[in-house]
Design a protein around this ligand. Structure first.
Ligand SMILES: Nc1nc2c(ncn2[C@@H]2O[C@H](COP(=O)(O)OP(=O)(O)OP(=O)(O)O)[C@@H](O)[C@H]2O)c(=O)[nH]1
Length: 191
């Protein structure tokens, strides 16, 4: 017996906080990719006229998240996509994938988030997914200096597969809450 599956899938509406009508202001000027107040007029016009170079129905950007094992890559993505946090560690096997839909100036836009495994034995599989990224996020644990010292290697590996001049790079320190705990424990020992 053959079953026909309709290729038309009904997508849920884009989340309200994913509808972007104004250029989001930068968090801090020193750490900003841009310091403009609004979208460029050319961009606004192109969006109004739907001249945005679509890939299929959506414009898609690929983000890869790399970094040492257990630094919190999966948690970072889950917080962004689902606003959840799981304190139990489940190692990523190879890669995982999330798709986040946006609407920018009325134009559909999708962010592909590739969560890669930090474990050495999965590095080979994970690195086959690095190609074609527009954004590279390198995560390190602020409480683990070794994870920071490995950042250079993660960067080199990610850029081997991508055009370094066309990639947006982010370095993200994770587990800041624990660094406060470490400091408090240290202060406690002084009293
Ligand atoms: N306290 C605290 N724990 C965190 C934070 N982020 C992640 N963790 C914990 O750190 C552990 C590892 O987190 P994951 O997100 O699975 O780490 P990962 O980098 O994806 O790990 P791999 O898939 O093995 O590369 C889990 O137990 C998380 O709960 C954080 O900001 N604060």
């Amino acid at each position: 017996m053959s079953v026909r599956v309709s290729s038309m899938s009904v997508l849920p509406p884009v989340r309200r906080d994913r509808i972007i009508a104004q250029l989001p202001p930068c968090f801090r000027k020193e750490a900003a990719l841009h310091t403009k107040n609004d979208f460029n007029n050319k961009v606004r016009t192109a969006c109004q006229e739907q001249r945005t170079g679509t890939v299929g129905r959506f414009k898609i950007s690929k983000v890869i998240v790399v970094g040492d094992l257990a630094v919190g890559k999966t948690c970072l993505i889950n917080r962004f996509c689902k606003d959840v946090f799981d304190k139990n560690y489940k190692a990523t096997i190879g890669v995982d994938f999330e798709m986040e839909r946006f609407e920018v100036l009325g134009v559909p836009f999708s962010l592909q988030l590739w969560d890669t495994a930090g474990q050495e034995r999965f590095k080979c599989i994970a690195s086959t997914y690095y190609r074609g990224a527009q954004v590279v996020i390198i995560a390190f644990d602020v409480n683990d200096v070794a994870s920071l010292s490995h950042v250079r290697q993660w960067l080199e590996d990610a850029l081997k597969e991508n055009d370094p001049t066309a990639v947006q790079l982010f370095l993200v320190g994770t587990k800041k809450d624990l660094s406060v705990c470490v400091l408090l424990c240290f202060l406690d020992t002084l009293n």
